[in-house]
Design a protein around this ligand. Structure first.
Ligand SMILES: NC(=O)c1ccc[n+]([C@@H]2O[C@H](COP(=O)([O-])OP(=O)(O)OC[C@H]3O[C@@H](n4cnc5c(N)ncnc54)[C@H](OP(=O)(O)O)[C@@H]3O)[C@@H](O)[C@H]2O)c1
Length: 302
């Protein structure tokens, strides 16, 4: 039985860990709060004191690195920005130093990055993996994050980085923020409505991590977004149709969103298309390519 170590017990970690367990893998989790998850095999780490329970790595063949402060949780103050960056770079460095110091022979290191790499801009361009990073906060953060992730190639470890779009999952924050206003009859498009929102269904992202573990020839950087290009207006129209609600309110102005959320509002009001062809070419098959199908699935028994 192969042992996989997953970092941070968040949305993607829970879904991926559950899938891996079902497929017969032994799953270890590195977390700041082991006591919160009595049903899982948890091990503690502390990024401030650089403490890490090395027994977490026993028999581990692959690390899936998902820990990081949530970018949509609170306003991007200077302190929060630092936490968003450091929770990714310091955690990766601690993993790298531990693997190196203990001569842990990994088959693979698979990690999240984000489509924020390309910058929060609305353009006609369709971004591919070899495009240059954006110069805004998320662009710079993803660039530094990926630099630390790529250190694993120095150990000759197969390294895969998944630049992930907005993950849509039942009862989870991003999806609830999309549908709640419509359920409460106050739904509207955001900003110009022309910004794209590359998304991926939670089952597809979990399957993609499994795919990257199982397909030993895969390495490098891949966009992890469904092959569906939809702008904010198309998304809000699809939601209002599905929920049988009118989409009659004017768009919420970007200036108001800026007043409410500050710089973070960019993740709502700007966005380009992102191309998933590279991972599809490797043989990955998305189950959820169609937004209506995602809505049917996530709104079931809601
Ligand atoms: N969900 C998305 O839409 C999306 C899109 C693009 C990229 N991603 C990336 O994919 C990764 C996983 O995403 P997710 O949605 O599963 O994230 P999530 O639900 O926010 O979970 C991330 C986990 O990281 C740990 N964590 C949080 N703050 C931390 C801090 N300051 N220091 C160290 N660890 C911290 C927590 O685990 P413990 O409490 O167990 O320590 C948390 O549960 C993240 O890096 C995220 O940026 C996600």
């Amino acid at each position: 039985m192969e042992t996989i170590l997953i970092t941070g017990i968040g949305l993607i970690a829970k879904a991926t860990g559950k899938l891996l367990s079902l497929k017969g893998y032994n799953v270890h989790y590195l977390t700041r709060n082991p006591n919160r998850h009595p049903a899982l095999k948890t091990f503690k780490w502390n990024l401030s004191s650089k403490e890490i329970d090395v027994s977490a790595f026993k028999d581990v063949t692959t690390i899936i690195h998902l820990a990081g402060a949530n970018i949509g949780e609170s306003r991007w103050t200077k302190k929060r920005k630092e936490e968003i960056l450091k929770s990714r770079t310091v955690s990766t460095q601690l993993l790298y130093d531990t693997v190196k110091a203990n001569n842990i022979a990994l088959d693979a290191f698979v990690a999240a990055s984000a489509i924020g790499y390309y910058g929060a801009i609305t353009t006609g361009k369709i971004f591919e993996e070899n495009d240059t990073p954006g110069s805004d906060f998320l662009g710079k953060t993803c660039q530094s994050w990926e630099q630390t992730l790529n250190q694993f190639t120095l150990l000759n470890t197969r390294t895969v980085i998944l630049r992930t779009g907005v993950v849509l999952a039942k009862n989870e924050s991003a999806f609830q923020k999309l549908i709640k206003p419509f359920q409460n009859n106050v739904g509207a498009s955001l900003g110009s409505g022309k910004q794209y929102m590359p998304w991926i269904h939670i089952n597809d992202i979990a399957n993609l991590y499994l795919f990257c573990i199982q397909n030993k020839s895969i390495s490098g950087i891949f966009n992890a977004v469904a092959p569906s290009y939809m702008d904010n207006r198309e998304i809000t129209e699809a939601i209002s149709r599905k929920l049988n609600k009118k989409n009659w309110l004017p768009n919420i102005p970007s200036t108001l969103l800026y007043l409410l959320f500050g710089e973070m509002s960019k993740i709502l009001t700007a966005g380009s298309r992102i191309c998933p062809k590279k991972i599809i070419k490797e043989g990955f098959k998305f189950k959820y390519k169609n937004f209506d199908r995602v809505l049917d699935n996530l709104l079931e028994n809601n």
